[in-house]
Design a protein around this ligand. Structure first.
Ligand SMILES: [Zn+2]
Length: 88
C-alpha cells in the first residue's frame, strides 16, 4: 500500500508545529506507519514501524517493499540513497 500522509485537513488550526512543518513546510509523515521523510519505506508496511526499524530505514539498511516484505536495500527516501546518487 502507499503511505497515507497527513494533509492540512488533518491538522487543527491551533497545532502550531503541524501548521508550520506539515501544512507550510510540506513535511511528509505517514498516518499509518508514522515514517517521516528520510525514514519512509518504499511501500507502507501498513502498521506502525518500531523506532529501531525506523532508524535502520533512515540509515539505508532496510526497506519495505510490497510483495517482498522487509528487504536489505536502501529506500529512495533515505538520505543514504541521495548520498550514493551524488557519488559520495
Ligand atoms: Zn506509511
Amino acid at each position: 500500500m502507499e503511505h497515507d500522509f497527513y494533509t492540512s485537513s488533518d491538522i487543527s488550526p491551533d497545532d502550531n508545529w503541524g501548521q508550520l512543518n506539515i501544512v507550510d513546510g510540506g513535511l511528509s509523515i505517514c498516518k499509518v506507519c508514522k515514517g517521516m521523510e528520510g525514514s519512509l519505506t518504499t511501500d507502507c508496511p501498513g502498521e506502525p514501524v518500531p523506532f529501531d526499524t525506523d532508524q535502520k530505514v533512515y540509515k539505508g539498511e532496510i526497506d519495505f517493499v510490497e510483495g517482498k516484505g522487509w528487504v536489505e536495500q536502501i529506500s529512495q527516501h533515505s538520505p543514504e540513497y541521495w548520498r550514493k546518487k551524488r557519488g559520495e
